[in-house]
Design a binder for this molecule. Sequence first.
Ligand code: ADP
Length: 542
Amino acid sequence: MLGLMQDWPLLLHRIIDHAAIQHGTREVVSRAVEDGSLRRTTYARVRQRSLQVAKRLGREGIALGDRVATLAWNSDRHLELWYGISGIGAITHTVNPRLFPEQIAGIIDHAGDRILFLDLTFVAMVEQIQDKLPSVERYIILTDAFHMPDTTLKGAVPYEDWLAEADDDFAWAEVDENTAAGLCYTSGTTGGPKGVLYSHRSNVLHALAVAAPDFMGLSSRDTVMPVVPLFHANSWSLAYSAPMTGAKLVMPGAKLDGPSLHALLEGESVTMTAAVPTVWLGLLQHLEATGGTLTSLKRVVIGGSACPRAMTEAFERKYGVTVSHAWGMTEMSPLGSFCSVKPVYEHLEGEALYDLKVKQGHPPFTVEFRITDDAGKDQPWDGQTFGRLKARGPAVAKAYFRREDEPILDEHGFFDTGDVATLDAAGYMQITDRSKDVIKSGGEWISSIDLENLAIGHPDVAEAAVIGVAHPKWDERPLLVIVPKPGKTPGKDEMLAFMTGKIAKWWLPDDVVLVEAIPHTATGKIQKTKLREMFRDYRLPG
Ligand code: ADP
């Protein structure tokens, strides 16, 4: 017997409809790419313009299942494109502009994008690769006629002129909720492009699940600044969950440096924000240098790579901002866990609380975890035993785009995340490493993340990375690579003394080297592959 409830497909346009009806006057503030000034609009207006986008796309011949690409910073225009593109049944392909031009051309070609919307910042780069983009029929520049550059891009017009050619008299496409709505490629460097194809249903369920209090914890009284880009796995859902809850949105555009972010946090009274650790490193350094404060910010979500304990402590102790450590990946839509405090751990304080807060946390409803050994056998949830972290749920990928026949799930339907983790009895997950970054020493594993977390706590260290280097007896041993703070030169003995007693003795790095910069990936993570290459010929002392 079937239930007798209404059939109300979980379609993305319902989110912007709800925002416009219930929170229509709530603002969306964007830092303009053209001149850094602030542009103000509302959810009601964003919805109108999304309807215009959909109608105008229809006139370009865009239809169900077509891919439409964006190469853009976080802004109101990017937001209305999202809702407009999926609102006609097409697929928003958010391209990461931080990839190399060759990689960008490769994934646009793989996706078969028909139109590319791009910010002014990227015009010159795209001109160089346009002959490698056979599927792209025309380019729309996200600006107005006044700021329109001279360009050789095919059919290029200013977005505002293009949009003005349609009104908002449009009915959203009523498609099946499992219809594809978004496409995002992982920035994985090997094995060819891997596109994750989100559906309306998966994005709606994910937004609902992560908006809840133990996770993003959003309400209509919040002002949310997604520093994490829309092209980095759905800006961790904020472009869906903020309008869904009616939170005001602040979009930082192209300026993600410490001073620019601080100005927006204070000027717009932001209460909640989210980004990768490298972004927050810039903000904290700026605050330290200027004696600045954070007067309205209550919560910061930090993820994408491990949040160092020193960063959590700085935000919480110095600035009174609660840190939520989060873990996820493109294939997970992307959020898989948050470290909020469950009642079982409510008694923790001081150092013990920070021991908990370095963990990646517990999953929302819609995500199930298991950890297994290499043979697929479940490992105990004791907070100690490492295993391969596997996940399953309605917003977890089951295959990659245009590689549908390659199985990526185990026999129970779990996806292997490629991360190594522990789970404790209360369900808290802690990442030990990416399976390819874990250091294998004498048959045992050393967590590069734990060592990095520890090293970054030293007052002279700006950034730290640990890689395994070949060792004749132990197979691999850890090498600590440090970017010192300006004017500082922390030595090997000093660093080892600082770390001694805080980890098992045999985990201590065999050597410490100072460098000017550590390479990062397109999503702001330490690029371990590149670092290992840099130190390929490195010989450990002794
Ligand atoms: P890419 O590999 O393209 O950068 P993702 O952004 O999807 O793709 O990266 C997902 C990976 O990032 C995870 O598998 C994990 O290794 C790492 N990661 C994400 N959040 C955290 C975190 N809080 N702590 C440690 N690692 C993290």
